[in-house]
Design a protein around this ligand. Structure first.
Ligand code: PMT
Length: 225
């Protein structure tokens, strides 16, 4: 809409996958391209927000006027978020697909194939839950998560909203191959404690403009309570 009504607000947004090293040449990751998070960063910046975008490894150009910080692992992403939110941010959006697990111990040398073994096992341990940690630390006044689900999308999204202590969650059905991971289009359902809104199918850029509007409206309404 051309207005710069987010001027003076600090928005911190995560995007992309995290990459969890197995050894110097191998890693665990996922199909997130960063498109959704980068589109949100650009949409908020165009409305005047001061945007920090913390991204895992992706192949996208930095959005104009956005402070882009690149990281690899979930541990690095958490540390970068906490640094970006030393002064409480206004809005945090977790669009990154954070790996839930990492290696218990990263091998410092390339792991060798055991010629007599048909199976091998890796021991993984839980990664920190970045958004739940930031929510408990009140790192931002308004905290928005995404939920990537393949079944019972709304049910699991509501559960994540409550369990992670979020203000809003944006649910996408990643079992559909036309939307979600790595596609240019997405269709989402936005949930707060009180309200539910389902978007049309749209490009991630168009959707990001609508989502920034929604987030801003709900954030404002919590401030006036
Ligand atoms: O990047 P694209 O190709 O454009 O794809 C977009 C997307 C599908 C990745 C995106 O829209 C999306 O849904 N991102 C969140 C994916 C995800 O990891 O969902 P989740 O249900 O596992 O996690 C729920 C929320 O907790 C997310 O906000 C996630 O960032 C956060 N989380 C999860 C695990 C963890 N250890 N720390 C977290 O902060």
């Amino acid at each position: 809409n051309g207005t710069k009504d987010l001027t003076g607000q600090d928005w911190v947004i995560t995007a992309g996958p995290t990459m969890e090293a197995i050894d110097p040449v191998r890693y665990i990751s996922n199909h997130s391209s960063g498109k959704m998070g980068f589109a949100l960063a650009q949409a908020a910046q165009l409305r005047g927000a001061n945007v920090t975008l913390i991204s895992g490894p992706v192949n996208l150009p930095a959005p104009n006027g956005v402070n882009l910080i690149t990281i690899k692992s979930a541990d690095d992403m958490l540390a970068a978020c906490q640094q970006a939110m030393t002064n409480q941010a206004d809005v945090f959006i977790g669009a990154a697909a954070v790996a839930d697990f990492k290696m218990k111990a990263i091998n410092h040398q390339k792991m060798k194939k055991q010629s007599n073994a048909d199976e091998m096992q890796l021991t993984l341990v839980k990664n920190p839950d970045i958004i739940a940690t930031l929510a408990s630390q009140k790192g931002a006044k308004y905290i928005v998560g995404f939920a990537a689900e393949t079944q019972d999308v709304i049910h699991y999204a509501k559960d994540k909203l409550a369990r992670k202590g979020l203000d809003m969650i944006i649910a996408n059905d990643v079992s559909r191959t036309d939307i979600g991971f790595n596609q240019d289009q997405n269709q989402v359902t936005v949930l707060t404690k009180e309200q539910t809104w389902s978007s049309e199918l749209a490009t991630k850029n168009q959707l990001a403009i609508q989502l920034v509007e929604h987030i801003h409206t709900h954030f404002k309404s919590t401030l006036s309570k």
